[in-house]
Design a binder for this molecule. Sequence first.
Ligand code: GN1
Ligand code: MG
Length: 416
Amino acid sequence: MLSLDDARDIALQFHIESPFEIEFFEGRGNINLDTLLISAGPEKRAYLLQRVNPDVFPLSERVMAGMIASIEAQKQALHQGLGAETGWQVPELVPTKTGRLFHEDRGVWRMMLYIEGTVSYKSLSELPDHRQTEAAFEVGRGLAIYHDLTDTIDAETVPTALPGYRNTQIYYDQLDAALKGCRTIEDVEHRLPHDPEVRAATERHFLCPLSEEERLYRLHDRELQPFIQTALVYRDLALSLGTHRDSGRIRTTAIHGDTKIENFLFEALTGRVMSLVDLDTIMPLTWLADWGDMVRSLVNVAGEKERDLSLVAVDEAVYAAVTEGFLSTASTATQEEIALMPRAVQVIALELGVRFLADYLRGDTYFQLGSQDPRDLNKVRAMVQIRLFEKLLEHEAKANTMLADFQSRVPMVEGL
Ligand code: GN1
Ligand code: MG
């Protein structure tokens, strides 16, 4: 991570008022660890300065291209009156003093206007019980608004910012490599993706840099064994969303790619959803991946880092509220896609569990640990998501009944 002095020098490249104060931003995510909060000028205007993590996003310029495509599509749709009544706020990039939308110095830096008057939550448990379902409804509505506003993006023209991202097959191949303790390119040659670009972006995460002692300690951790088994047993289920997309049964759309609850902003005063931020992973996939990611993050009210696994559960009222919020607003979903909504939640929870698990086993090369993070953070995160997946399986019949019930009450907008 960079020092505050270095970050201050970078901030000076952007077009903001002076003098300004700068501090590390507590609400940063798991990937772009260099995120700073700036308060500038006499009015103390707030900005976020962020470095796109080059270890995760080697093609940082493409990240920016996807982000800009999303911002432009949202602005244009709002300008044309779509969603005008929602009060939706589009993230805004602050230009550099030379008029560019990002600055390059040991990676790509961008500055965004902090959307004032909003709040975000790492999990719904931060809200009192009676406000949780209301917030879940708002999140569902927020995703539907976002998808409607960005529907004009031609999915096939969005550059892939992070080759291999949300590719379930690759995540399983990486898990297999981690379980085998692969250390060299020769060890993993037969597992690597064929596409040179995808291979270049993912190769590192097929290899284990841990000492042999530490590797074996992690691999044979008794607590982890049932979770490894579950991940392996449900491989086909995890791959099923991709199979449906390959077969054309569900459409390929430009997705947001990171729709966990943390990335939704709510108006502090009213609790209404206002924005969906973190536009790093705009890519062609299926909106069901965004749906799945959002719901798996919402219904586990305990959050992603809970050590007491008995608290990991599917909150049924939250599940129902987010479904209602989404379906009452979304306008382009097809019936085939809607039928897959419960399965998509299971898939994304399991996929994320596999990602954390493989990363822990090989030595935290992807979800890098900050200096304050516990050493077993990715193990905990893996167990939470895989336990959540099991809970979602148990909840499947209820989820399907709820969907059918909703559809019988509310006539759907005709799908494509
Ligand atoms: C990562 O960095 P952050 O918090 O925005 C990850 C997502 C995961 C999420 C889980 C590019 O997002 O895929 O769902 O952590 N982003 C990337 O917390 O891998
Ligand atoms: Mg992200």
